[in-house]
Design a protein around this ligand. Structure first.
Ligand code: 1GP
Length: 237
């Protein structure tokens, strides 16, 4: 089973949104993406999570849940693991340690399958920024410092630069990438085609494609997989 250190591309499924008419989760799994991450910011319930997990369980693509709070965590054998956001630049500490403490307090967490993602949210207009009251006013040096701190002080294996809904500033994403030694940099936000996938893939380790799968469908997602692969191949040379 591959994990994020081997990935180039992830599709993030929002359980509150549907797929394009006529498309199935089998089609999504066949795009060539390395993993599915199931999670959203608004109106997510454990029932909606479970519905997506059930629909994806039989395909051979790693399946991760990204719970935004403990009430939506689904205990299911089909889930390969939990990628739990901890938002480093949140104004509301619930999103950094608060929900996490409640989760630990109220359940028997499966630590072998649980990993945190150290988020830095940079698009002030996205719902994640608004909900967490993120301080998105960060320049490239700040973003690099967050990334280095996450890896070296907090031991985070995954740092996630989040621009949900809009394509990010490559200079800031690259600054985070260069600040990391071993940890994996996820980038998400506004990837809609081959070019944007390749551009963001070149400055990160893993690109995350979200809305595109719900808005445009699997052909567009497949193009972004190609962009991510080409960026990774170029980086290896
Ligand atoms: C959202 O980073 C992801 O959490 C992906 O963003 O929906 O803009 O692709 P998009």
């Amino acid at each position: 089973m591959s994990t994020w250190a081997d990935w180039d591309h992830v599709v993030k499924i929002d359980p509150d949104k549907s797929l394009v008419e006529g498309e199935t989760f089998e089609d999504v799994c066949e795009t060539g993406t390395d993993a599915l991450e199931i999670g959203g910011t608004l109106d997510v319930t454990s029932e909606k999570m479970e519905r997506v997990i059930d629909a994806c369980a039989k395909y051979d693509v790693p399946l991760y849940q990204e719970p935004s709070n403990p009430s939506v965590v689904v205990d299911d054998e089909a889930v390969d693991g939990y990628l739990v956001p901890t938002v480093l630049n949140a104004g509301d500490l619930a999103w950094t340690t608060g929900f996490h403490k409640e989760w630990v307090k109220t359940s028997d967490v499966d630590w072998d399958r649980t990993t945190t993602e150290a988020y830095v949210i940079l698009n002030p207009d996205c719902s994640a920024a608004q909900l967490t009251q993120a301080d998105t006013d960060q320049d490239a040096d700040d973003v690099a410092a967050y990334a280095e701190m996450a890896e070296q002080m907090l031991g985070q294996e995954i740092v996630y630069v989040e621009y949900s809904g809009t394509l990010g500033d490559t200079e800031k994403v690259e600054a985070a990438h260069e600040a990391l030694e071993e940890s994996t940099l996820f980038y998400g936000g506004g990837i809609r085609d081959y070019e944007s996938a390749r551009e963001m893939g070149a400055v990160s380790d893993v690109i995350v494609v979200g809305d595109l799968v719900h808005d445009e469908g699997v052909d567009a997602v497949r193009e972004t997989v190609e962009g991510a692969r080409d960026a990774a191949a170029t980086a290896e040379r």
